[in-house]
Design a protein around this ligand. Structure first.
Ligand code: NOJ
Length: 769
C-alpha cells in the first residue's frame, strides 16, 4: 500500500483517474489485479469511453500490440514508455513485471497498465498432467481445479492472461500438438473446454486469483495435412461445424474472454486473415465479446502464405478480419502500418477504437488499473503451496489409463518383491515427466517414476535403475534452446550394446521390472510432429529384450500421443498410460501401480495399431459393407488397438437396465436416458459411464455413433448407481451439408451406454414431427 501511495503522489496531476480508484480500494486492500467484485458493465464501458477520449491514434494502436520479452529489455522499455505496446508475453519474474508495469503506469501519458500473457498450459510452478491427460480423466472438476491453481500461481507473479485452453480437435497423432488438447471428440472436447475456462477465469473475468483465458488456435489447426505442424488444413463445413468448432463455441458460452487466431491456412484462407472465422462465426453467430490476439507472428505470416501483398497489407487484412491484437516477435505489422492505413482511409479511427474496446475493458475487469503491481513475497508463498502439489498428484492419478492388465498383475503387492528393476530413458528424467509447455517448474521437486517408486517401496526393497537406451530427436526443437538442452551425443555402437545388456541383466536378476518408455518431452508439442508412431530409438528392442527374460514386466508409458505398442499389447501383461503426469507424476504412478490409487481414466482418442491407419476415429460415417469395417486393409485389421473411451480398472463394472423416458419425441423436446452401473468387483473404483447416439437417416449421412453424455463416478465394491442423462436439441442436432444449416430431423435414433465407445447396451427412440 505504501508503494502505491507514493506512486499516486508522484504523478498526481496526470493520474487522477488511476489514483482515485486506488484510494477507494485502499479501504479494502487487495492483491494484484483484484477488484473484489464483478464490475458493472455500464461502468466499464464508460471508463473505456473516457480513456479513448484521452488517447492519441498512436496510443490506441499501441494497445493492439503485444511483444515477446526475449531479453531485449531496452527495446521493450522504449516501446512501453512510448505507448506502443499494450501487452507483453513471456515475462514471468514478478519483479520484472512490476518494473515494466511501473513504466506503463508512471511513464506513459494515459497510464494504461500492461496485461502480461503467458503459456499457462498445464500449470505454472506446479505442473499438472498435460492437457490430453487431463482430458483422459473425463472429469471436468479435476480440470477446473487444475487450471484454477495454475491461474492462481500465474496471477500471483503478475500474469493476467493464459494462452490456454487449446481447443483444437486432433485426429492425427502424428501432429505434435495433440498433447495440448482434449483429443478427437467434440463433445468431450467441449466439456473440457468449458471446464478449463471456468478454472482459469473463475465466475467472471476479474475473479480474485483468476486470469483471463484464451481459447486457441482458432480454428482448424489440429487438421494440419499429414499431421505436419503449421501445414494447411482443409476442412469441409460439415466437419468444421460438427467437429472442429464445438469446443470453441462451448468456451464462448462459458464466457472465455479472448481467442487466438491460428497460424495455418484454413481452406486456403489463413486463419489470421479469415473474416468468416473471426467475424462471421465468432462475432456474428456466437456473439463473442472478447478480443482476438494473433498467434506469434501470424499477421506477418499472411505475407508468407502468399495471401497478403506485403506487411502493410497483412496488417490491414488481419485487422479487417477481426484480429484485435497482434502478437509479434518482430516485424510488428500493426505498430508499423495501422496508422498509415487510417491516414489512407483503409481503416477508420472508429474501427481502431472498436478493436481497443474489449482489450481496455478486459484490463479494467481484471482490476489492473486499481492494482497494477504484484506483491512479490505473496507470490513466493503461493508458488510454494503444498496443496497445489497434492492437487497435481490427484490429477495425475485420475488421468492415467490402464491399457492392459493380464492375469491381474496390477496392482502390485508392496510386500511381493525384493528386487525391482526400473528401466528406460524416461524413468528418472524430471523434464520428461513434465511434458511440453512447462517452463516455470522447480525441476528439483519434480518426482520421477523412479523417485516415486523409491519412496513407495522404501529401503527394504532393492531398486536398481538403468536407462537401457538413449532417445533424441533427429532435428532439434527450438524449445531445446529455451531449456538450454545440449544436442544429444549419440552413443557409440559399443556403448549402445553395453547399455542394452546391462538393462537385460538387471531385468534378469530382478523379480519385477518396471519399464518406463515413450517419448521425451520435446518429442511432443509445438514443432514436434512425427511421421512414425513407433517407440523412438531402440525402445522397442529394449522392450522385447526385457520381456524375453520372462520376468514380470509392467510397461509405464510417458508420452503425449498414442504410440505403436502393438507388440507390447500382445506380450507385456500390464501397460499403464501415464502421459506426462507432471510435478508429482512419479508419486502418482507409484500409487497407481501399487493400488493406493485405482486407474479410472479413459482414452480421449482412438489408439491406432500403426501409423498407416491414420486418420482413425470412432465417429466415422457408416459406409459400404459395414460388417467388413474391421477388414478394410488386407494386411492388418482396420480396427483400432484400443477404442476411444477405453480404459481398464482394478475392478469391473456392469451396465444394465437402460431406459428412455419416451420412445417418441417431437423436435425440440428432450428425453431422459437412465441406466444402472454396478461395481462388480471387490475394490472401490471409478467408472466413466458413456452415452453414444446414432441417427439412422437424415439429410446427411451420420456417424456410426457419437458421444453425447458421460459421467465419471466412484462406486464402492458391489455398489450400484442409477444414472440419468438428457438428450435434447443440443445433442440431437447437427450441421447438415445439404441444408447448410443446423437441423434436428425426424428420424430413428440408436443409443448405447457403457464404459467405452464399443458399448453394446442398446435402446432406441424416434423424433417425429
Ligand atoms: C505459438 C503457439 O502456437 C501458441 O500456442 C502460443 O500461445 C504462442 N506461441 C505464445 O507462446
Amino acid at each position: 500500500m505504501r508503494k502505491k501511495t507514493r506512486i499516486c503522489t508522484k504523478a498526481l496531476a496526470q493520474k487522477l483517474l488511476v489514483c482515485a480508484v486506488a484510494v477507494t480500494l485502499a479501504i479494502a486492500p487487495l492483491t494484484f489485479g483484484q477488484t473484489g467484485s464483478r464490475p458493472d458493465d455500464r461502468v466499464v464501458r464508460e471508463r473505456v469511453d473516457a480513456l479513448l477520449k484521452q488517447m492519441t491514434l498512436e496510443e490506441k494502436i499501441g494497445q493492439l500490440s503485444q511483444l515477446f520479452d526475449f531479453g531485449e529489455v531496452k527495446k521493450i522499455d522504449e516501446a512501453v514508455v512510448g505507448g506502443h505496446v499494450g501487452s507483453l508475453l513471456f515475462v514471468t519474474d514478478p519483479a520484472e513485471i512490476n518494473r515494466f508495469q511501473h513504466l506503463a503506469v508512471d511513464k506513459t501519458r494515459v497510464h494504461i497498465p500492461l496485461i502480461f500473457g503467458y503459456d499457462v498450459i498445464h500449470g505454472f510452478r506446479t505442473i499438472f498432467p498435460v492437457p490430453i491427460a487431463m482430458a483422459a480423466s473425463w472429469d471436468p472438476a479435476t480440470v477446473t481445479t487444475a487450471q484454477s491453481i495454475a491461474a492462481k500461481e500465474a496471477r500471483a507473479v503478475g500474469i493476467g492472461w493464459a494462452f490456454a485452453p487449446m481447443l483444437d480437435i486432433a485426429r492425427d497423432p502424428r501432429w505434435g500438438r495433440i498433447v495440448e488438447g482434449a483429443g478427437e471428440d467434440p463433445y468431450l472436447g467441449s466439456a473440457i473446454a468449458a471446464a478449463q475456462v471456468r478454472g482459469f477465469q473463475g465466475d467472471y473475468i476479474g475473479s480474485p486469483d483468476h486470469i483471463l483465458a484464451c481459447m486457441k488456435h482458432f480454428a482448424g489447426y489440429g487438421a494440419a495435412e499429414g499431421g505436419r505442424d503449421y501445414d494447411a488444413s482443409y476442412i469441409p463445413d460439415s466437419q468444421m461445424y460438427n467437429v472442429y468448432l464445438p469446443p470453441f463455441h462451448a468456451a464462448v458460452k462459458a464466457g472465455v474472454g479472448s481467442a487466438m487466431s491460428a497460424y495455418m491456412d484454413l481452406n486456403d484462407v489463413p486463419a489470421t486473415g479469415n473474416h468468416w472465422l473471426l467475424h462471421d462465426v465468432l462475432r456474428d453467430q456466437w456473439n463473442f465479446t472478447g478480443f482476438v490476439v494473433s498467434d506469434a507472428n501470424s499477421v506477418k505470416s499472411l505475407e508468407k502464405h502468399h495471401y497478403a501483398k506485403d506487411l502493410s497489407d497483412a496488417a490491414v487484412r488481419a485487422f479487417k478480419a477481426g484480429v484485435n491484437m497482434e502478437m509479434a516477435i518482430d516485424f510488428n505489422a500493426y505498430s508499423r502500418h495501422l496508422a498509415a492505413a487510417v491516414q489512407s482511409g483503409q481503416i477508420t479511427v472508429q474501427e481502431i477504437e472498436a478493436a481497443d474496446r474489449p482489450i481496455l475493458e478486459t484490463k479494467i475487469r481484471l482490476g489492473l488499473f486499481e492494482h497494477p503491481y504484484v506483491d512479490e513475497a505473496r507470490a513466493q508463498r503461493i508458488l510454494a503451496s503444498p496443496e497445489h502439489r497434492t492437487a497435481s498428484r490427484i490429477a495425475a492419478e485420475r488421468s492415467a489409463v490402464l491399457l492392459r492388465n493380464e492375469g491381474g498383475l496390477l496392482p502390485l503387492k508392496k510386500s511381493g518383491y525384493t528386487n525391482v528393476a526400473v528401466i528406460g530413458p524416461l524413468a528418472d528424467s524430471q523434464l520428461d515427466t513434465l511434458g511440453s509447455w512447462a517452463f516455470q517448474q522447480d525441476l528439483q521437486e519434480t518426482v520421477t517414476v523412479l523417485g516415486g517408486l523409491r519412496d513407495k517401496l522404501g529401503p527394504q526393497v532393492k531398486l536398481t535403475y538403468t536407462p537401457g537406451v538413449q532417445i533424441y530427436r533427429k532435428f532439434r526443437s527450438f524449445f531445446d534452446d529455451i531449456f538450454k538442452l545440449k544436442p544429444a551425443v549419440p552413443w557409440t555402437a559399443e556403448k549402445s550394446k553395453a547399455e542394452m545388456s546391462k538393462a537385460v541383466n538387471l531385468a534378469t536378476e530382478s523379480d519385477l521390472t518396471i519399464l518406463v518408455l515413450g517419448e521425451a518431452q520435446n518429442m511432443s508439442g509445438e514443432a514436434a510432429s512425427r511421421e512414425s508412431l513407433d517407440l523412438p530409438g531402440r525402445e522397442e528392442q529394449l522392450l522385447e529384450a526385457v520381456a524375453a527374460t520372462r520376468k514380470p514386466v509392467v510397461l509405464v508409458l510417458l508420452n503425449g500421443r498414442p504410440l505403436n505398442i502393438k507388440w507390447a499389447a500382445a506380450h507385456i501383461p500390464a501397460i499403464l498410460e501415464a502421459w506426462y503426469p507432471g510435478t508429482q507424476g512419479g508419486n502418482a504412478v507409484a500409487n497407481l501401480l501399487f493400488g493406493d490409487a485405482v486407474p479410472g481414466g479413459k482414452l480421449p482418442i482412438t489408439w491406432p495399431r500403426d501409423v498407416g491407419q491414420i486418420p482413425i476415429n470412432y465417429a466415422h460415417n457408416t459406409t459400404q459393407s459395414p460388417e467388413e469395417q474391421g477388414k478394410r486393409y488386407w494386411d492388418e485389421e482396420s480396427t483400432p488397438l484400443y477404442p476411444f473411451g477405453y480404459g481398464l480398472s482394478y475392478s469391473t463394472f456392469a451396465f444394465s437396465d437402460l431406459k428412455v423416458s419416451q420412445t417418441q419425441i417431437k423436435p425440440g423436446e428432450s428425453i431422459d436416458v437412465s441406466f444402472d452401473v454396478e461395481n462388480t468387483g471387490a475394490l472401490q473404483a471409478d467408472e466413466v459411464a458413456q452415452l453414444y447416439v446414432h441417427q439412422r437417416y437424415g439429410s446427411a449421412s451420420r456417424p456410426v455413433r457419437e458421444l453425447k453424455g458421460f459421467e465419471r463416478i466412484t462406486l464402492a465394491p458391489h455398489a450400484k448407481k442409477t444414472l440419468h442423462m438428457s438428450l435434447g436439441t443440443p445433442e440431437l442436432s447437427y450441421w447438415s451439408t445439404t441444408k447448410k444449416d443446423w437441423v434436428e430431423e425426424p428420424a430413428d435414433f440408436d443409443i448405447w451406454v457403457g464404459g467405452n465407445s464399443e458399448a453394446t447396451l442398446h435402446a432406441s427412440f424416434e423424433i417425429k414431427q
